[in-house]
Design a protein around this ligand. Structure first.
Ligand code: SF4
Ligand code: SF4
Length: 264
């Protein structure tokens, strides 16, 4: 079922009045849209996760290949100022990314390194709980999805995410600056652009998994520092890496159970 934004707001208004019937309508909508239907060679997993090897990543510290790969394939706009920045994957200094892991004995090269950050596809995602329209939800395979057509721009999810993984389009990403420079340098026609007033974030490349492809950031990393796979599969590369290496997660004390792991 395809539901545009206006109809969705209408339906959710009815749902708010409709008690149990309203709840059913909401649940049906949450399951309704399969934007990228899986192909025969689609990748399937029960618990998708990412391992980022900071030892490999810091060899090319400051490299932005993963960011370019992700942002170009997903039509992520560049509004030209940090206040309006839209980010699906970005870099932060170690001490900012892992404030609870910092101590005076952290090796200097790690402390001064920066880590690539993205949505953690948390097992217990607070962003999902607060969304009033189910524009964001967790799939069976663990991916925390986002439907821009259902987003009403309330930004509750942004407030709820403790990782800064969500961005809001304060301007029309399809537009251009005063000099006529488009915010999306080169549009990828195979991926939808968003509109002003909606939230966006990483979706673990659900559209690529449906075609049998690994996430764009993983493919774009020349150090092979990013590994994506199914934690439910004991033979997967990601499971092997986590078995054989010490890893940390961002803000583990919050109970969100991030599914992005950092090998340090
Ligand atoms: S990192 Fe933030 S946006 Fe991603 S699932 Fe966790 S709480 Fe939600
Ligand atoms: S998994 Fe896909 S959407 Fe997420 S940061 Fe990597 S390239 Fe971007």
């Amino acid at each position: 079922m395809a539901v545009d934004r206006r109809n969705f707001i209408k339906i959710t208004g009815l749902a708010a009045l409709g008690g149990a019937a309203g709840k059913e309508a909401m649940d049906a909508l949450a399951q309704s849209e399969a934007k990228f239907s899986p192909m025969d060679n689609a990748l399937h997993g029960k618990r998708w996760a990412m391992a980022v090897d900071l030892k490999k990543c810091k060899k090319d510290n400051g490299c932005k290949d993963c960011i370019h790969a992700c942002h170009s394939v997903h039509n992520v706009p560049d509004f030209g100022n940090p206040k309006d920045e839209i980010k699906w994957i970005w870099r932060e200094p170690y001490e900012k990314a892992f404030p609870d892991q910092e101590n005076e004995f952290v090796p200097d090269d790690l402390l001064h390194a920066s880590a690539p950050l993205l949505c953690n596809h948390c097992d217990n995602p607070p962003c999902v709980r607060v969304c009033p329209t189910q524009a964001t939800w967790k799939r069976q395979d663990g991916i925390v999805m986002m439907d821009w057509h259902r987003c009403i721009g309330c930004r509750y999810c942004i407030a709820a995410c403790p990782y800064g993984s969500r961005s809001f389009n304060w301007r029309d990403p399809r537009g251009a600056d005063a000099e006529g420079k488009p915010y999306i340098k080169e549009q990828n026609p195979a991926f939808p652009t968003r509109m002003k007033g909606v939230v966006e974030k990483c979706t673990f490349c659900d559209e690529r998994l449906a075609k049998g492809l690994k996430p764009a950031c993983v493919e774009g990393c020349k150090q092979a520092a990013l590994v994506f796979g199914d934690l439910d599969d004991p033979e997967s590369e990601v499971r092997k890496l986590l078995r054989e290496n010490f890893s940390i997660r961002r803000k583990p004390g919050l109970g969100t159970q991030p599914e992005v792991y950092y090998i340090v």
